[in-house]
Design a protein around this ligand. Structure first.
Ligand code: APR
Ligand code: MG
Length: 279
């Protein structure tokens, strides 16, 4: 990748690109996001992603998950609504009305259903985010609306057949190649998350720390990105801002307590003040 096409994403970039919220806005202005996440063994993934979405300004959130998962998480996320067994329904070609963007993958371990659900979502004219259980090696057909993938190095290895060592020593190059070849936005996670765009440009994130090295931090990011896909028009900066803010929350929290003691569900507790300080 050409160095001039890449930059570090900094606080000024966030402050200048995060859009203002109009006085005359209503929940419809900020869109409905569909989150297909959570399974009976991983109910918390849907909760963490849901908190991420709800606290990043989404208008409405519909979580497609099991009745069991919904009953666990709804007391801690009263703002969301549920589409029971949304994954199974989506896999059969059904979709709810009025969805502005969709994310699929956190806490999902049903590869066949996920594959069918992605096929259904792929045909819809909305931005799509694929994470975790939705990240597999596959051939993508071109589509109009943006696609964002958020692999950690292990998932990127599964998707590309390359070893984790090779990926980690060529993060920018490999993310950029994948983004260009598949025409998607690749968020290759880890310390200094790399965000590669389909036009060959990219940014590197500098926020975040090892308090994020815990199960559930990626799920939170997925929810935050879903909200930004629903609320922002410039998708390139929206994705970079989501990654920046997610890391900035972690940086804020470790000012006050040791990283070991941080629970991932605290991340979005500080998001409001982090955004206020930036903008
Ligand atoms: N410094 C900065 N950022 C970090 C660090 C670090 N040392 N460690 C982790 N992070 C960030 C990553 O950049 C990423 O944003 O934390 C997040 C971790 O995301 P995931 O690896 O997806 O973590 P997780 O939420 O546990 O994933 C849940 O989905 O990806 C699958 O196999 C995974 O089953 C697991 C589930
Ligand atoms: Mg993950």
């Amino acid at each position: 990748p050409h160095a001039s096409k890449w930059k570090l994403w900094d606080r000024t970039d966030v402050a200048t690109t995060l859009s203002d919220r109009s006085t005359f806005s209503h929940k419809g202005s900020f869109g409905t996001g569909l989150l297909l996440a959570g399974s009976d063994e991983m109910p918390g993934s849907a909760l963490l992603a849901g908190l991420g979405a709800m606290r990043t300004g989404i208008g409405k959130l519909v979580i497609g998950t099991s009745n069991f998962v919904a009953s666990i998480i709804s007391t801690r996320l009263p703002e969301a609504t549920y589409w029971f067994d949304g994954l199974q329904k989506c896999a059969k070609g059904q979709l709810i009305q009025g969805v502005r963007a969709a994310a699929i993958g956190p806490g999902l371990n049903a590869p066949y259903l996920v594959e069918e659900a992605i096929n259904c979502l792929w045909e819809r004219d909305i931005p799509l985010l694929l994470d975790a259980g939705a990240l597999m090696e596959r051939n993508y057909t071109p589509r109009e609306k943006p696609v964002v993938i958020t692999p950690h190095p292990g998932e990127f290895s599964r998707m590309t057949g390359k070893s984790i060592e090779e990926i980690q020593s060529n993060r920018i190059q490999l993310a950029s190649e994948y983004a260009i070849n598949n025409q998607m936005i690749v968020v290759l996670k880890g310390t200094y998350t790399v965000i590669a765009y389909p036009d060959g440009t990219g940014v590197i994130n500098t926020t975040g720390n090892h308090c994020l090295a815990k199960g559930g931090s990626g799920d939170t990011l997925t929810g935050m990105l879903l909200a930004l896909l629903c609320t922002e028009t410039d998708i390139k900066s929206a994705v970079a801002n989501g990654v920046y803010l997610h890391g900035a929350c972690a940086d804020e929290i470790v000012k006050r307590k040791d990283a070991r003691a941080v629970s991932i569900s605290e991340l979005t507790d500080v998001l409001g003040s982090v955004i206020q300080k930036l903008t």
